[in-house]
Ligand binder design. Structure first.
Ligand code: HEC
Length: 183
C-alpha cells in the first residue's frame, strides 16, 4: 500500500505545483484521474478494447493474477471431475459458468503498461505486440467455453467430450504468450 500512498501523494504534489500562486477559486482542474476508477462499462465480449494504462499497474497485475488463479481453480475442478466415472455435474456446471465469465473479461486484462516492463508477470511482451493473434486465441477459447457451458448443462458425456477441446484453447495461448513455469 506504500506504493499507492506514494502515487496519491505524487498526484497531490503535482496538482499543487501545477496550480501555483493562490487561485481564488479552484481552477477548472482537469480532475486528476486517480486510481481505482471502475471500468467504464461492462466488459465487451470477444475482442475487448485494449484499454488505457491503469493508474496502479502493479495492483492491476496482481488482480489479473488472482483472476487467473481462480480461473485455474475452476478449471481444475472440471479436470478432476472429467476423470470420474460420475462427475458432479452441479459443480461442473457452476465451474463452467465461472470460466465463461472470466473468458469474457480476459480481453480487458492486458492494457498497455501492464507487461514485463511494469512488474512481475508471466505474460510475454508479445501479448502487446501481437495483439491480434492474442485476441484470436481468446476468441477461440470463448467459442469452446460456450460449447462447454452447453455441454455441462446437457450431461456428463457431453461435458467429457467438450472438456479436452476447451483445455486445448487455454494451452494454445499459453504456449505462445505465457512464460514457462520456473521449475
Ligand atoms: C488468450 C490467451 C490466454 C488464454 C486463452 C488463457 N490464458 Fe491463462 N494466462 C495467459 C497469460 C498471458 C497468463 C500470464 C498472466 C500474468 O502472469 O500476468 C496466464 C496465466 C494463467 C494462470 C496463472 C498461472 C500462474 O500461477 O502464474 C492460470 C492458472 C491460467 N492462465 C489458466 C488458464 C485456463 C484454465 C485457461 C482456459 C480456460 C486459460 N488460462 C486461457 C493467457 C491466456
Amino acid at each position: 500500500m506504500k506504493i499507492k500512498l506514494f502515487a496519491a501523494t505524487a498526484v497531490l504534489v503535482l496538482g499543487l505545483a501545477a496550480c501555483g500562486g493562490e487561485p481564488p477559486a479552484p481552477a477548472p482542474a482537469p480532475a486528476a484521474p486517480v486510481a481505482e476508477a471502475p471500468p467504464p462499462e461492462p466488459a465487451p465480449v470477444a475482442t475487448a478494447s485494449v484499454g488505457e494504462t491503469p493508474a496502479d499497474p502493479v495492483a492491476f497485475m496482481k488482480t489479473r493474477h488472482d483472476n487467473y488463479k481462480d480461473l485455474g481453480k475452476n478449471f481444475k475442478l472440471m479436470s478432476d471431475n472429467n476423470k470420474l466415472p460420475a462427475p458432479d455435474m452441479a459443480a461442473v456446471t457452476a465451474a463452467a459458468a465461472k470460466v465463461k465469465e472470466y473468458a469474457g473479461q480476459m480481453g480487458t486484462w492486458f492494457p498497455p503498461g501492464t507487461g514485463p516492463e511494469a512488474g512481475e508477470t508471466k505474460a510475454k511482451a508479445i501479448v502487446w505486440t501481437e495483439r491480434a493473434d492474442f485476441d484470436a486465441k481468446l476468441a477461440d477459447l470463448q467459442t469452446e467455453v460456450d460449447k462447454l457451458v452447453t455441454a455441462a448443462g446437457t450431461d456428463a458425456a457431453a461435458f467429457k467430450a467438450q472438456f479436452g477441446p476447451t483445455g486445448g484453447k487455454c494451452k494454445a495461448c499459453h504456449d505462445k504468450f505465457r512464460e514457462e513455469e520456473k521449475k
